[in-house]
Design a protein around this ligand. Structure first.
Ligand code: CU
Length: 176
């Protein structure tokens, strides 16, 4: 879903940008005194500057509260109920010690790679990225995730790892 929104927003803003270019090109043929235009431009620039500071200030205040992001610290402890799943990235597949889960499962993915560096990215059915870590040869990185929704999740490679990178997809199922 996010991909579709991003696509439409990109096209929309590209269209706006094209309009701006067309406007500038059209205006470039017109002759006028420079001083009043400059004064007007400076005024717009000032409004724009304080407007941006206002918007960014509000956005900062509203979002700063969420740090540190949801559960990233609270979940980083292994308890008796944590399922440990070994994940190995290899051109072009994900080898996993376990591939199906149940809602409520708290999983520690212990991620490594056999050949080159890969990126472990866990996505929901709507392709929303919910967990990720680097998959590196000779290193083990742990990432924790608790499944709260059933469905078919996908693991995609997030690090370009040569020609077959895009087929490096694994589906895992989460039962209700
Ligand atoms: Cu890869």
């Amino acid at each position: 879903m996010y991909q579709t929104i991003a696509l439409f927003l990109t096209v929309f803003f590209e269209f706006l940008l094209a309009l701006a270019f067309a406007f500038v090109y059209g205006e470039s043929k017109r002759k006028a005194e420079y001083a009043p235009i400059q004064e007007k431009g400076y005024k717009i620039r000032t409004y724009w500057f304080f407007g941006l500071i206002g918007v960014m200030g509000i956005a900062t205040v509203l979002t700063l509260d969420e740090l540190p992001y949801h559960g990233s610290h609270a979940e980083a402890t292994t308890t008796a109920e944590t399922k440990v799943v070994d994940v190995v990235g290899i051109q072009y597949n994900w080898e996993m010690s376990e591939e199906s889960f149940k809602v409520g499962d708290k999983v520690e993915f212990v991620v490594t790679a056999k050949d080159v560096t890969h990126g472990f990215g866990l996505y929901t059915e709507d392709l929303e990225l919910v967990a990720q870590t680097q998959a590196m040869p000779e290193y083990k990185n742990s990432v924790y995730f608790t499944f709260t929704e059933p469905g078919t999740y996908k693991i995609l490679c997030l690090e370009y790892c040569s020609i077959g990178h895009h087929v490096m997809v694994k589906e895992i199922t989460v039962q209700p």
